[in-house]
Write a protein that binds this ligand. Structure first.
Ligand code: PDD
Length: 280
C-alpha cells in the first residue's frame, strides 16, 4: 500500500510518526472515514466539512486546504487501485517532542495521515444480506461524541463484547435511551415510521445519516427524530444502522430479541439500495 504522511506518498512500511505525537500519547486527534465506490469518493464534501468542525471544536489547526485534501484522497485511490473500499484520514495535534498535558505552541504543525483500505464487495456485502445482531451496553464515552476523535477504546471494547456474545455490534445506551452504535447511527422502524435520535453532542453527526434521512424523506417515508429505548426498538418491525463503512446495515436482533421474521426489513433494504444507487 502507498500511504500519505505529512506531504509525502510512501510505502506503508516507511511511513513514520513521532512517538511523542499527541495522537499516540493523548488520543489528541480527529479522523474521517470516506467510502469509495467504483473508484469514486462518496460524500467527500460532507466529510471535509465535519473534519473542519472537529478541528475547530478542539482548536486544532487545519493541516491543509479542502482542495488539497481532495487531491490526496484521489491520488491514494489511484495509486492503490481502489475500486471499492475506504479512506482513513487522521489529523493529530502533532508534538513539540515531549509529553505534556498542555497543548504545544500554536506554530506546532498538525500531523496528517491517510491510508486506503481495499474492500472488494463492500456494496454487495453478505453481512448486509444477513443483517446484524446487536447487544446493548451502557454508553460510558465522553460527552462530546459530535467531535470525531480517535478515542475509540470503548467502542472497540463494545464490539468485542458483541463478538463474545455471538453478535456483530453493540448499541450504546445512556440514561435509558439509545445513543448510537459503536461506529454507526441507530434507527428502528415501526408502522412505516423511521425513528432515530436527534442530533446533539451525544452522538456523531453521521454523514451517511444525513444522506439517508434526505433520501427517506424524498421517498415519502415518515421520520421521527426522538429519543428511544432498547425495549421500543425490540418491539419494532425492523431496525438498521448507517455509516460510511457499511452504508445501511439491517439489524435483525437486539439483545436476543428477533425483529420481524429475523431477516433484513423492507425499509432497510430499500434505503440501502437507494443509497448505493444515488451515491454511485
Ligand atoms: N464511524 N457514530 C459513530 C460513533 C461513528 O464512529 C460513526 C462512523 C458513525 C457514522 O458516521 P458516518 O455516517 O459519517 O460514517 C456514527 C466510522 C465509519 C469508523 O469509525 O470507522
Amino acid at each position: 500500500r502507498t500511504v500519505y504522511v505529512n506531504g509525502e506518498y510512501l510505502p506503508e512500511t516507511e511511513a513514520k510518526v513521532s512517538i511523542f505525537d499527541r495522537g499516540f500519547l493523548f488520543a489528541d486527534a480527529v479522523y474521517e472515514v470516506t467510502s469509495v465506490l467504483d473508484g469514486k469518493l462518496i460524500d467527500f464534501d460532507g466529510h471535509a466539512v465535519r473534519l473542519q468542525r472537529s478541528l475547530d471544536e478542539l482548536e486544532m489547526a487545519s493541516p491543509c486546504s479542502k482542495e488539497d485534501l481532495l487531491e490526496v484522497h484521489r491520488k491514494l485511490v489511484e495509486l492503490n487501485g481502489i475500486d471499492e473500499g475506504l479512506i482513513y484520514l487522521q489529523v493529530t495535534r502533532g508534538s513539540d517532542g515531549d509529553r505534556d498535558f498542555v497543548f504545544p505552541s500554536e506554530d506546532t504543525p498538525p500531523s496528517l495521515v491517510l491510508f486506503t483500505q481495499n474492500k472488494p464487495g463492500l456494496a454487495d456485502s453478505p453481512a448486509a444480506k444477513k443483517g446484524a445482531k446487536v447487544i446493548s451496553i451502557e454508553d460510558i464515552r465522553w460527552g462530546r461524541r459530535d467531535i470525531k476523535t480517535v478515542q475509540l477504546l470503548y467502542p472497540s471494547m463494545g464490539k468485542m463484547m458483541a463478538k463474545k456474545a455471538g453478535c456483530d455490534d453493540a448499541w450504546l445506551v445512556e440514561d435509558g435511551y439509545v445513543t448510537e452504535g459503536t461506529s454507526n447511527n441507530a434507527y428502528f422502524v415501526k408502522n412505516g415510521t423511521i425513528v432515530t435520535r436527534p442530533l446533539s453532542n451525544d452522538i456523531l453527526h453521521g454523514i451517511t445519516r444525513k444522506a439517508v434521512l434526505r433520501m427517506a424523506q424524498e421517498a415519502q417515508m415518515k421520520i421521527e427524530e426522538r429519543l428511544f429505548t432498547i425495549e421500543e426498538a425490540q418491539g419494532a418491525d425492523e431496525a438498521f444502522t448507517t455509516s460510511a463503512s457499511a452504508f445501511v446495515m439491517p439489524v435483525i436482533e437486539i439483545d436476543g430479541v428477533q425483529l420481524g421474521d429475523g431477516t433484513p426489513g423492507p425499509i432497510a433494504r430499500r434505503l440501502r439500495e437507494i443509497y448505493l444507487e444515488e451515491s454511485r
